[in-house]
Design a binder for this molecule. Structure first.
Ligand SMILES: Cc1cc2nc3c(=O)[nH]c(=O)nc-3n(C[C@H](O)[C@H](O)[C@H](O)COP(=O)(O)O)c2cc1C
Length: 186
Protein backbone atom coordinates (compact mmCIF):
# COMPACT_ATOMS: atom_id res chain seq x y z
CA UNK A 1 0.00 0.00 0.00
CA UNK A 2 1.34 3.45 -0.92
CA UNK A 3 1.82 5.82 1.98
CA UNK A 4 0.93 9.45 1.42
CA UNK A 5 1.41 12.25 3.97
CA UNK A 6 -0.72 15.38 4.02
CA UNK A 7 1.43 18.19 5.44
CA UNK A 8 0.02 21.34 6.99
CA UNK A 9 1.61 24.63 5.96
CA UNK A 10 0.71 27.14 8.66
CA UNK A 11 1.62 27.43 12.32
CA UNK A 12 -0.41 30.56 13.13
CA UNK A 13 -2.56 30.29 16.29
CA UNK A 14 -5.76 31.04 14.34
CA UNK A 15 -4.77 29.31 11.13
CA UNK A 16 -7.42 27.88 8.83
CA UNK A 17 -4.82 25.49 7.43
CA UNK A 18 -5.71 22.65 9.77
CA UNK A 19 -9.36 22.76 8.62
CA UNK A 20 -8.24 22.48 4.98
CA UNK A 21 -5.76 19.70 5.76
CA UNK A 22 -8.42 17.71 7.65
CA UNK A 23 -10.81 18.08 4.71
CA UNK A 24 -8.10 16.72 2.38
CA UNK A 25 -7.50 13.81 4.78
CA UNK A 26 -11.20 13.02 5.11
CA UNK A 27 -11.77 13.02 1.34
CA UNK A 28 -8.56 11.11 0.62
CA UNK A 29 -9.48 8.38 3.09
CA UNK A 30 -12.64 7.69 1.09
CA UNK A 31 -10.34 6.32 -1.60
CA UNK A 32 -8.69 2.92 -1.40
CA UNK A 33 -5.52 3.70 -3.35
CA UNK A 34 -3.16 4.68 -0.53
CA UNK A 35 -2.79 5.01 3.21
CA UNK A 36 -3.18 8.70 4.07
CA UNK A 37 -1.72 10.37 7.19
CA UNK A 38 -1.92 13.95 8.41
CA UNK A 39 1.34 15.50 9.61
CA UNK A 40 0.96 18.84 11.35
CA UNK A 41 4.14 20.93 11.18
CA UNK A 42 2.84 22.95 14.13
CA UNK A 43 3.25 19.81 16.28
CA UNK A 44 6.74 19.17 14.88
CA UNK A 45 7.75 22.66 16.08
CA UNK A 46 11.01 22.92 14.13
CA UNK A 47 13.23 25.93 14.90
CA UNK A 48 14.50 28.01 12.00
CA UNK A 49 17.03 25.87 10.15
CA UNK A 50 20.03 25.40 12.45
CA UNK A 51 22.06 22.66 10.76
CA UNK A 52 25.76 23.24 9.98
CA UNK A 53 25.52 21.77 6.50
CA UNK A 54 22.89 21.92 3.76
CA UNK A 55 20.55 18.92 3.88
CA UNK A 56 22.03 17.54 0.65
CA UNK A 57 25.12 16.44 2.60
CA UNK A 58 22.93 14.06 4.56
CA UNK A 59 24.65 14.87 7.84
CA UNK A 60 21.93 15.79 10.27
CA UNK A 61 23.43 16.91 13.59
CA UNK A 62 20.40 18.17 15.43
CA UNK A 63 18.07 15.69 17.17
CA UNK A 64 15.03 17.57 15.83
CA UNK A 65 16.33 17.17 12.25
CA UNK A 66 16.79 13.42 12.72
CA UNK A 67 13.34 13.16 14.27
CA UNK A 68 11.81 15.09 11.34
CA UNK A 69 13.66 12.87 8.85
CA UNK A 70 12.30 9.77 10.60
CA UNK A 71 8.76 11.14 10.25
CA UNK A 72 9.08 12.05 6.55
CA UNK A 73 11.21 9.12 5.27
CA UNK A 74 8.58 6.34 5.34
CA UNK A 75 6.19 8.13 2.97
CA UNK A 76 6.03 7.58 -0.78
CA UNK A 77 4.27 10.84 -1.64
CA UNK A 78 3.04 14.09 -0.11
CA UNK A 79 0.24 16.64 -0.31
CA UNK A 80 1.39 20.11 0.75
CA UNK A 81 -1.44 22.28 2.08
CA UNK A 82 -0.20 25.84 1.75
CA UNK A 83 -1.50 29.29 2.55
CA UNK A 84 -0.32 32.22 0.44
CA UNK A 85 1.78 34.71 2.39
CA UNK A 86 3.18 37.67 0.47
CA UNK A 87 2.80 35.92 -2.89
CA UNK A 88 4.58 32.76 -1.75
CA UNK A 89 4.24 29.81 0.57
CA UNK A 90 4.68 30.17 4.34
CA UNK A 91 8.11 30.47 5.93
CA UNK A 92 7.16 27.56 8.21
CA UNK A 93 6.54 25.17 5.32
CA UNK A 94 9.65 26.31 3.43
CA UNK A 95 11.71 25.81 6.59
CA UNK A 96 10.30 22.29 7.06
CA UNK A 97 11.19 21.45 3.44
CA UNK A 98 14.70 22.96 3.73
CA UNK A 99 15.59 20.73 6.68
CA UNK A 100 15.70 17.53 4.60
CA UNK A 101 16.84 16.35 1.18
CA UNK A 102 17.19 12.59 0.56
CA UNK A 103 13.89 11.98 2.34
CA UNK A 104 12.07 14.02 -0.36
CA UNK A 105 14.00 12.72 -3.38
CA UNK A 106 12.24 10.81 -6.16
CA UNK A 107 8.83 11.13 -4.57
CA UNK A 108 5.67 12.70 -5.93
CA UNK A 109 3.94 15.77 -4.52
CA UNK A 110 0.59 17.48 -4.99
CA UNK A 111 -0.68 20.83 -3.70
CA UNK A 112 -3.67 22.39 -2.04
CA UNK A 113 -3.38 26.18 -1.87
CA UNK A 114 -5.61 28.91 -0.53
CA UNK A 115 -5.63 32.66 -0.05
CA UNK A 116 -7.21 35.84 -1.39
CA UNK A 117 -5.71 34.89 -4.76
CA UNK A 118 -6.52 31.17 -4.28
CA UNK A 119 -2.97 30.36 -3.24
CA UNK A 120 -1.88 30.17 -6.87
CA UNK A 121 1.39 32.03 -6.35
CA UNK A 122 2.21 29.98 -3.25
CA UNK A 123 1.81 26.79 -5.28
CA UNK A 124 3.87 28.20 -8.16
CA UNK A 125 6.74 28.98 -5.78
CA UNK A 126 6.47 25.55 -4.21
CA UNK A 127 6.82 23.95 -7.64
CA UNK A 128 10.23 25.63 -8.01
CA UNK A 129 11.29 24.57 -4.51
CA UNK A 130 10.28 20.92 -4.83
CA UNK A 131 12.10 20.69 -8.17
CA UNK A 132 15.35 21.33 -6.30
CA UNK A 133 14.39 18.57 -3.86
CA UNK A 134 14.03 16.15 -6.80
CA UNK A 135 10.31 15.75 -6.32
CA UNK A 136 7.78 15.20 -9.10
CA UNK A 137 4.95 17.73 -8.84
CA UNK A 138 1.64 16.75 -10.37
CA UNK A 139 -0.20 19.16 -12.66
CA UNK A 140 -3.56 19.37 -10.92
CA UNK A 141 -3.74 21.50 -7.76
CA UNK A 142 -6.67 22.47 -5.55
CA UNK A 143 -6.88 26.28 -5.38
CA UNK A 144 -9.25 27.68 -2.77
CA UNK A 145 -10.41 31.26 -2.31
CA UNK A 146 -10.79 32.96 1.08
CA UNK A 147 -13.79 34.78 -0.45
CA UNK A 148 -15.80 31.82 -1.74
CA UNK A 149 -14.52 28.76 0.14
CA UNK A 150 -14.48 30.25 3.64
CA UNK A 151 -17.13 32.03 5.71
CA UNK A 152 -17.03 34.27 8.80
CA UNK A 153 -14.30 36.58 7.50
CA UNK A 154 -12.23 33.70 6.20
CA UNK A 155 -12.19 31.77 9.47
CA UNK A 156 -14.50 28.81 8.68
CA UNK A 157 -13.68 26.50 5.78
CA UNK A 158 -16.67 25.68 3.57
CA UNK A 159 -15.28 24.49 0.23
CA UNK A 160 -17.41 24.93 -2.88
CA UNK A 161 -18.45 21.47 -4.16
CA UNK A 162 -16.46 21.89 -7.41
CA UNK A 163 -13.19 21.49 -5.48
CA UNK A 164 -13.95 17.84 -4.81
CA UNK A 165 -13.37 17.12 -8.48
CA UNK A 166 -10.03 18.85 -8.56
CA UNK A 167 -8.98 17.19 -5.28
CA UNK A 168 -9.89 13.81 -6.78
CA UNK A 169 -7.93 14.52 -9.97
CA UNK A 170 -4.90 15.72 -8.00
CA UNK A 171 -4.94 12.61 -5.80
CA UNK A 172 -5.29 10.32 -8.81
CA UNK A 173 -2.30 11.98 -10.52
CA UNK A 174 -0.35 11.86 -7.26
CA UNK A 175 -1.03 8.17 -6.79
CA UNK A 176 0.03 7.30 -10.33
CA UNK A 177 3.35 9.11 -9.99
CA UNK A 178 3.86 7.92 -6.44
CA UNK A 179 3.43 4.38 -7.64
CA UNK A 180 5.78 4.83 -10.62
CA UNK A 181 8.50 6.48 -8.53
CA UNK A 182 8.49 3.75 -5.93
CA UNK A 183 10.17 1.38 -8.36
CA UNK A 184 12.75 4.08 -9.26
CA UNK A 185 13.73 4.33 -5.59
CA UNK A 186 14.23 0.57 -5.59
C1 LIG B 1 1.67 37.36 6.46
C2 LIG B 1 0.49 37.17 5.54
C3 LIG B 1 0.63 37.51 4.21
C4 LIG B 1 -0.43 37.27 3.31
N1 LIG B 1 -0.23 37.51 1.99
C5 LIG B 1 -1.15 37.09 1.10
C6 LIG B 1 -0.88 37.17 -0.29
O1 LIG B 1 0.15 37.63 -0.73
N2 LIG B 1 -1.82 36.69 -1.15
C7 LIG B 1 -2.99 36.16 -0.71
O2 LIG B 1 -3.79 35.71 -1.56
N3 LIG B 1 -3.29 36.08 0.59
C8 LIG B 1 -2.41 36.53 1.52
N4 LIG B 1 -2.65 36.45 2.86
C9 LIG B 1 -3.95 35.93 3.29
C10 LIG B 1 -3.86 34.48 3.70
O3 LIG B 1 -3.72 33.65 2.61
C11 LIG B 1 -5.08 34.09 4.54
O4 LIG B 1 -5.11 34.93 5.68
C12 LIG B 1 -5.02 32.65 5.00
O5 LIG B 1 -6.14 32.37 5.78
C13 LIG B 1 -3.79 32.36 5.84
O6 LIG B 1 -3.71 30.98 6.11
P1 LIG B 1 -3.65 30.43 7.63
O7 LIG B 1 -4.85 31.04 8.35
O8 LIG B 1 -3.82 28.97 7.51
O9 LIG B 1 -2.35 30.85 8.22
C14 LIG B 1 -1.65 36.72 3.77
C15 LIG B 1 -1.78 36.42 5.15
C16 LIG B 1 -0.74 36.63 6.01
C17 LIG B 1 -0.88 36.24 7.47
Amino acid sequence: MLKIAILTGSTRPKRVNIQVAKWVLEEARKRDDAEYTLIDIKDINLPLLDEDLPAGYGQYNQPHTRAWADIIRPFDGYVLVTPEYNRSTSAALKNALDYLYAEWNNKAVGFVGYGSAQGVRAVQHLRQIVGELQMADVREAVQLSVFTDFTDNGSIFKPAPMHLESLGTMLTQLNRWTSALKSLRG
